[in-house]
Write a protein that binds this ligand. Structure first.
Ligand SMILES: Cc1cc2nc3c(=O)[nH]c(=O)nc-3n(C[C@H](O)[C@H](O)[C@H](O)COP(=O)(O)OP(=O)(O)OC[C@H]3O[C@@H](n4cnc5c(N)ncnc54)[C@H](O)[C@@H]3O)c2cc1C
Length: 450
């Protein structure tokens, strides 16, 4: 089906989990919409992540309310392919109007009439509203310190697939959030020498007293936190569902053979230098880990729950030498390092969205996804409304809020005063069409009954 010259109430750009959730809520409210996806549904899970990746949260948790992973143990961790298939099944379940292989090239506000003109790879369309569901992690970020050295293979974590992809030799992995630790672990297990550059992080226990950390963050209200705690803006979270799920423990990784180093500072003349912050980063990570155990114990006591004791979870083993006497400089040739994996995060890319919805630093300006440009919405961004916003289950709730906002706006626009109603004159959106107003009212009525 062609989309050229189409006019639609709401356009959703992107069919990852955010776009699919948004489409479900708009469908539920009978709001006409279209989802345009440049590749395939859930593409990032298919082709922009490493081969062995599984969900970081268990199957019972990392899903939408309307569908379970019927072939995965509910405490297990679905593979990335299974997650992509899940979102495809989900979209099929309610017949989401997704058009794949369509790139949205630009969105501009119409002048003198409502809505937006959207240029796509399949022609121009018009929409009253646009939801940007293009993901929290659109553009790989590699810091400017990256060396220009033709003899080194350098990949961002989004390009890393498996150990065989890298040339022979040792590897430096920069960044120890969930991606960096999992990649370093996999490379070390495949027989490589690995240096892992560790910055400030949180490392919740995979499970404590019989409950996964996703459960603990839920009951302790942490998924619902509305803003990052001051000073934690650059703190990453290190969790893993790999090999059945385990607590990320840097001392354990070091015992296994990974050499831990502090934050990567600079590259100069074949040498790489590291900050002196390793021990402090590890200590802060431990503090965060132990504070979750404390909060969990207090919750159990307060609610009189009968969950098994787990005193051994509090034992922090002595630090290995790479932490107590850390490397501050390394000659890469001597260490045999042939590759660097930059697990240094992502940025957003809204160059296609040419509207007034950004602050002076180019950051989306919004309140719970409702942007400063009327009719433009953001979905899926980290901390859009809460800590859970960029995760699978969280985006579903944010999408519901945005859908409700759109339904309410449509209700206002469908309003006619007594004179307009009698004469069928133009409404303030410029449409001289009583039937249009009537159809809007009808849709709003359906929405209210739901
Ligand atoms: C390595 C990794 C592991 C993760 N693991 C988990 C996990 O276990 N559990 C969890 O809850 N979360 C996890 N996340 C976080 C989050 O769930 C994912 O990042 C998820 O992919 C975000 O979904 P999204 O729909 O917001 O964005 P995306 O998945 O990025 O989807 C956006 C879509 O928009 C499309 N698009 C972009 N621009 C355009 C355009 N101009 N025109 C048309 N289409 C466009 C893209 O092709 C893409 O398909 C993980 C993230 C990463 C990076």
């Amino acid at each position: 089906m062609t989309i050229e010259n189409k006019e639609i109430d709401t356009l959703i750009v992107g069919a990852g989990q955010a776009g699919v959730a948004m489409s479900e809520h708009l469908s539920h409210l009978d709001i006409p919409h279209l989802v345009l996806e440049r590749h395939r549904i859930a593409e990032r899970w298919r082709t922009e992540r490493w081969d062995s990746l599984v969900a970081n949260g268990p199957a019972w948790h990392d899903r939408f309310p309307g569908l379970e992973f019927d072939d995965v143990d509910s405490d297990g961790f679905p593979s990335k392919e299974r997650i992509a298939a899940y979102f495809e099944d989900y979209a099929r379940k309610f017949n989401a109007p997704v058009h794949t292989g369509v790139d949205v090239l630009s969105v501009e506000r119409n002048i003198g009439q409502p809505g937006f003109t959207i240029e796509t790879s399949e022609g121009v369309i018009k929409a009253n509203r646009v939801v940007a569901a293009t993901g929290p992690f659109q553009r790989p970020v590699i810091p400017p310190i990256a060396p220009e050295d033709a003899n080194l293979t350098q990949l961002h974590s989004s390009e890393y697939r498996n150990p065989e992809q890298l040339p022979e030799g040792a590897v430096l992995v920069v960044g120890a959030g969930s991606s960096g630790v999992q990649i370093a672990d996999e490379l070390q297990r495949s027989g490589r020498n690995v240096h892992l550059s560790v910055g400030p992080h949180h490392r919740p226990p995979r499970a404590y007293r019989g409950r996964d950390f996703c459960w603990w963050l839920g009951v302790l209200g942490e998924w619902d936190a509305e803003a990052m705690a001051p000073g934690t803006e650059h703190v990453t979270i290190a969790v893993s569902g790999a090999r059945g799920g385990h607590t990320v423990d840097f001392r354990h990784l070091a015992r296994q053979g990974v050499t831990l180093v502090g934050r990567t500072k600079a590259f100069d003349n074949g040498k790489v230098s590291f900050e002196t912050d390793l021990a402090e980063n590890i200590a802060r990570g431990d503090e965060n880990y132990l504070s979750l155990l404390d909060a969990a114990d207090a919750y159990i006591a307060r609610n009189g729950l009968d969950l098994p004791q787990e005193p051994e979870a509090r034992i922090i083993p002595p630090s290995p030498e790479c932490i107590t006497d850390p490397l501050l400089e390394l000659d890469m040739a001597e260490a045999g390092i042939g590759s660097i994996i930059w697990a240094t995060g992502f940025a957003v890319d809204y160059r296609w969205l040419k509207v007034n919805a950004f602050d002076e630093h180019g950051k989306p300006q919004h309140q719970r996804g409702v942007s400063s440009e009327p009719g433009i919405y953001f979905l899926g961004l980290p901390w859009l409304s809460r800590r859970g916003s960029s995760f699978i289950w969280g985006v579903w709730h944010d999408a519901r809020h945005i859908a409700d906002h759109i339904a309410t706006q449509r209700k206002y626009l469908a309003y006619q005063d007594a004179l307009q109603y009698r004469t069928g004159s133009a409404d303030h959106s410029g449409r001289n069409n009583a039937a249009y107003a009537q159809s809007q009212t009808q849709e709003v009525r359906i929405a209210r009954e739901d």
